[in-house]
Ligand binder design. Structure first.
Ligand code: SF4
Length: 417
């Protein structure tokens, strides 16, 4: 059994008792199958938020004891939380209630990846022109709201989808409008996802630089051609190499790169090879994801059991990435978990010294308002006195978003206080 509850407050005691049944079930299943989970019975997207809250209340030692005894976390995951927490404590955030993070989503991609569960649609010029017109309307309305409430963007993130799917004309219009409306002196960083190398051109990178964005993400997921073909990404490893070269020539300051552990038919050796190739390109941030097989993906129909089969492979890949990244001076700076992940593991963003992405940290901490523009954007308004969030969703279908743009704006006018 798991021993006596440590000294808890009343709320924590109630929570401990609720978790007792989960621990009993976990122990039963674990004994039966021989399987243990590194995160124990802990569910939820933001384990570091729990670590931080417990640490604020009880100090680190007691917080870690609680995570061991209540949630049955492994020492490995406790050390991941502790190291990530240290990196975050090194950065200085704008804690003013007027500082918000701003997101704009572009729901187009060149092709749909096998595992994709996002709001992503095949790019078409006609659709993108209409979409940017609607988004511009939302940008102008939110700019007015920011001015009225004296809010400002501490960080800006343009994601998707793949924003660089847009033609130069619409891409420039988007960057121009965002820079005019939100990039102010207090804005600390601006990231543009250029996730697919098949959409990255010298002209788009020059536009990124021209309008003042300082970070991009170039996302190979793997450097193995066979896997790229299998997962429906219409690019080669060489295109990743070329995209890095173009980004450096354009003077982009910080480059993140996303990788996925547990992709179909990949071995730990394949993943190690990918990491070696990525290190040669010199990214500042590397985000190591665990394959998550969601209901909205094609992968769930093609191979519903893959997340279970890949658990051990993912464990080895995560170990490899932790060791290789640490040897090269990368540290974990944010992490989150999702449902349906292989082995019930996590996604971890690693950074070189001083390059952590503030936007990523703050949306996971949920201690700042996040205003999300575009189809599928879910804004969260933070009320610090009550430490709670109120959601303001936009519709996720981009055609409905265009049709109902005035309603999306009205929701924000009422909800952002
Ligand atoms: S690039 Fe990202 S958003 Fe686009 S299809 Fe692939 S997983 Fe989905």
């Amino acid at each position: 059994m798991f021993g006596e509850a440590p000294e808890f407050s009343v709320e924590e005691k109630i929570s401990y008792d609720r978790n007792e049944q989960k621990r009993a079930l976990y122990e039963l299943l674990s004994n039966e199958t021989g399987i243990t989970l590194d995160w124990g019975i802990l569910t939820g997207v933001r384990p570091l938020k729990l670590y931080r809250e417990l640490t604020d209340r009880h100090g680190r030692e007691k917080a870690e004891d609680m995570l061991r005894s209540v949630y049955l976390l492994s020492e490995d995951k406790l050390s991941l939380l502790s190291n990530t927490y240290d990196v975050q404590m090194d950065a200085h955030y704008d804690m003013s209630p007027k500082a918000v993070s701003l997101y704009a989503g572009i729901p187009f991609c060149p092709t749909r990846c096998l595992y994709c569960s996002f709001t992503s649609n095949k790019f078409s010029k006609e659709a993108s022109v209409k979409y940017i017109a609607a988004l511009k309307k939302e940008i102008h309305a939110v700019k007015d709201i920011f001015e009225k409430k004296a809010l400002y963007a501490e960080s800006i993130y343009i994601g998707g989808g793949t924003p660089t799917s847009l033609d130069d004309e619409e891409f420039e219009e988007l960057l121009y409008e965002i820079s005019k409306a939100f990039k102010l002196g207090q804005t600390r960083e601006w990231t543009v996802e250029a996730g697919r190398p098949d959409t990255i051109t010298a002209s788009k990178l020059c536009l990124v630089k021209k309008y003042g964005a300082d970070r991009i993400s170039i996302n190979p997921q793997t450097m193995k051609q066979k896997t790229l073909d299998l997962i429906g990404r219409s690019h080669s490893p060489q295109m990743i190499v070329d995209a890095f070269k173009l980004a450096k020539e354009a003077g982009i300051e910080i480059i993140n790169t996303d990788l996925i552990t547990g992709l179909p038919e990949e071995s730990p050796e394949d993943f190690e090879e990918t990491l070696k190739k990525i290190f040669e390109l010199g990214p500042n941030n590397i985000t190591v994801h665990t394959l998550a097989v969601k209901r909205a993906s094609r992968l769930i129909d093609e191979d519903p059991g893959i997340a279970f089969r890949q658990a051990n492979t993912v464990r080895q890949m995560l170990e490899i990435s932790k060791n290789m990244l640490s040897e090269r001076g990368f540290k974990p700076y944010y992490l989150y978990r999702q449902k349906h992940m292989a082995g019930n593991f996590e996604n971890v963003g690693y950074c070189t010294k001083g390059t952590q992405n503030v936007y990523n940290i703050r949306i996971m901490d949920e201690n700042q308002s996040n205003i999300a523009l575009g189809a599928g954007g879910i804004s969260k308004v933070y009320f610090p006195e009550e430490n709670r969030l109120e959601r303001i969703p936009n519709v996720s279908n981009y055609e409905i978003y265009i049709d109902r743009i005035d309603e999306m704006i009205a929701r924000k006018e009422q909800g952002i206080i």
